[in-house]
Design a protein around this ligand. Structure first.
Ligand SMILES: CC(=O)N[C@H]1[C@@H](OP(=O)(O)OP(=O)(O)OC[C@H]2O[C@@H](n3ccc(=O)[nH]c3=O)[C@H](O)[C@@H]2O)O[C@H](CO)[C@@H](O)[C@@H]1O[C@H](C)C(=O)N[C@@H](C)C(=O)N[C@H](CCC(=O)O)C(=O)O
Ligand SMILES: Nc1ncnc2c1ncn2[C@@H]1O[C@H](COP(=O)(O)OP(=O)(O)OP(=O)(O)O)[C@@H](O)[C@H]1O
Ligand SMILES: N[C@H](CCC[C@H](N)C(=O)O)C(=O)O
Ligand SMILES: [Mg+2]
Length: 494
């Protein structure tokens, strides 16, 4: 719960260009959405990509807001604070309103193109194994000491982030782990957060609709590491030493750097890597010795994810054997290389790969243990980086024996046009385009024979499909089960 404060006290933490009205007015909360304003709130007018929050100030005041943050004064008779960029001061203001919750717990931020959700889940598990109350924020929503809170973004807006952290502090959470997307860094969603540790997974193509160049994309992510400063000490940057972005990130880091990897000279190195259809096993060599790790998700990429989480655990002082036990106990992350088993003689795997690198990795992994054909069902999201579509077509071609190109979340784009762009990258493999995802999944199940693998990629845990601006229920895992049952396989998971 936010504690009531005067407007003057709240704005002390930001650079104010000018203000008007009574700065001693008492503010009891903060909002950036007129539709969610509560009486007593400070309403921040954010100029958005679609609309301008200044246009909703009158409505916000009518709903009970008592003051405004603006980038130009409005002709409304309430106290107003003028700043140069409203979105960028939101985090600091919200942190003050919620009594700086990130200073009252240990906060870990995970960034990178792929692997963020997975690593946050591993860290949550390591924390609970060590008896901590843990909070998590990410693509699958937030979870506070086991209580689920749905969310729409990988990293919520700044006010929501502070509110969630405040709720965590209120119930005694001592460790919070959150995914920090590049959008979040760029849009100031985590400003006002003091991180203890930053973890970097990897950098490959995604989101070039937003960031325009890979340099901009990396620059956004690197701010997590350059921003590792503040009252809580010590701090650490945990970086992937095998990733091409390593040296730039390591130079940018304000905190001591600890590196991990398989190939390069690093502080924590995975050796003797074994990948099977059941998961990975490897040995980590590090300053204190060696530790065997087992983790139930297959793929070399899983070695990196488990290793990054292990490094965090050991660096923050947990016993390495107990961290390894926690990793061995994790059943997997929903929608990440999730096996659907209804007794069919072929494998069905649902995965969230929605980038060229993610898809290449899971195709390679599935290929590695598939004796028969690998049938890959995938598409690309609309209103997202168009450049990645043919590259995903190419990535799926390498290692698959048959491709079914279908719709992901077309959003406001024409599904057939997205599919056409994916097809441009396909070569050397038979394929069919089926725009209806249910039909695509059924078709793959009908086609599969003993020893084959069906890989359904792109939507993982998602329980919806977005057409235009409408959200329809759709879950790859449910549809795969429906198809398998329709083909006469078992009625219960086995
Ligand atoms: C590019 C982007 O991130 N845009 C976000 C941004 O939109 P926007 O600035 O265009 O907002 P807007 O709709 O124009 O509204 C402007 C302001 O007016 C306010 N408003 C609006 C209407 C009204 O009646 N009253 C009102 O007060 C809004 O609350 C807002 O403060 O602010 C909105 C409100 O919070 C977000 O919902 C929206 O996310 C959009 C929908 C989105 O799709 N974002 C994706 C790309 C995203 O953030 N993805 C990342 C990365 C995912 C990953 O790879 O992991 C993520 O972290 O999820
Ligand atoms: N370390 C990794 N390297 C490459 N690909 C990975 C890695 N970890 C996971 N993947 C692939 O990326 C997919 C998404 O993984 P995860 O959800 O952990 O990533 P994320 O970074 O949270 O994604 P998002 O940007 O959507 O939040 C997985 O289903 C898998 O296909
Ligand atoms: N966080 C990613 C998720 C993409 C998932 C995929 N199913 C899609 O809709 O494109 C994004 O918003 O770009
Ligand atoms: Mg995620």
């Amino acid at each position: 719960m936010p504690t009531a404060k005067s407007l003057a006290e709240i704005i002390k933490v930001i650079e104010v260009m000018a203000s008007s009205g009574d700065s001693q007015i008492i503010v009891s909360g903060i909002s950036m959405d007129s539709r969610q304003v509560q009486p007593g709130d400070l309403y921040a007018c954010v100029p958005g990509f679609k609309v301008d929050g200044h246009d909703f100030a009158v409505k916000a005041i009518a709903t009970g807001a008592v003051a405004l943050v603006v980038d130009h004064f409005l002709p409304i008779d309430v106290p107003q604070v003028k700043v140069s960029n409203v979105r960028q001061v939101l985090g600091q203001l919200a942190a003050t309103v919620y009594d700086h919750p990130s200073e009252q717990l240990e906060l870990v931020g995970v960034t990178g193109t792929n692997g963020k959700t997975t690593i946050t889940y591993l860290i949550e598990k390591i924390g609970t194994k060590h008896g901590k109350k843990v909070g998590l924020i990410g693509t699958l929503g937030a979870r506070i000491d086991g209580r689920e809170i749905p969310g729409e973004r990988t990293t919520p807006e700044a006010i929501e982030v502070q509110k969630l952290l405040g709720d965590m502090v209120a119930v005694g959470v001592s460790l919070a782990v959150m995914e920090v997307s590049s959008h979040a860094m760029d849009l100031g969603r985590v400003s006002g957060c003091e991180f203890d540790a930053g973890i970097f997974t990897n950098l490959t193509q995604d989101h070039l609709d937003y960031h325009k160049t890979m340099e901009d994309y990396l620059a956004a992510k690197s701010r997590l590491f350059s921003g590792l400063e503040g009252k809580k000490q010590p701090k650490v940057s945990i970086l992937n030493g095998d990733d091409s972005s390593y040296s730039k990130l390591s130079q940018a880091s304000s905190a001591p750097v600890v590196s991990y990897g398989i190939h390069n000279e690093v502080d924590y190195r995975a050796e003797d890597v074994e990948v099977t259809s059941e998961g990975v096993r490897f040995v980590v060599r590090f300053h204190e010795g060696i530790q065997e790790i087992r983790y139930s998700t297959p793929g070399v990429f899983s070695v990196y994810n488990a290793l990054a989480a292990f490094v965090w655990g050991v660096e923050r002082g947990f016993d390495s054997a107990t961290v390894a036990e926690a990793l061995a106990e994790i059943p997997g992350v929903p929608g990440r290389f999730e096996s659907i088993r209804l007794g069919q003689p072929f494998q069905v795997i649902v995965d969230y790969a929605h980038t060229p690198d993610g898809l290449e990795n899971v195709v390679r992994t599935a290929r590695g243990f598939t004796k028969g054909r690998l049938i890959t069902v995938f598409g690309c999201g609309g209103d997202r980086d168009k450049g990645k579509r043919p590259i995903m077509g190419e990535a799926a071609s390498m290692g698959s024996n048959f491709l079914i190109v279908t719709s992901d979340n077309p959003r406001t784009e024409e599904p057939d046009q997205i599919i056409k762009e994916v097809l441009l990258g396909i070569s050397g493999v038979d394929y069919v385009a089926l725009r209806d995802r249910r039909e695509a999944i059924w078709s793959a199940c009908r086609m599969a024979k003993a020893g084959d693998t069906i890989l359904i990629a792109g939507k993982g845990h998602e329980t919806y499909q977005i057409f235009g601006t409408e959200i329809h229920p759709f879950d790859d895992r449910e549809v795969a089960r429906e198809a398998l049952r329709g083909l006469g396989y078992g009625q219960v998971d086995c």
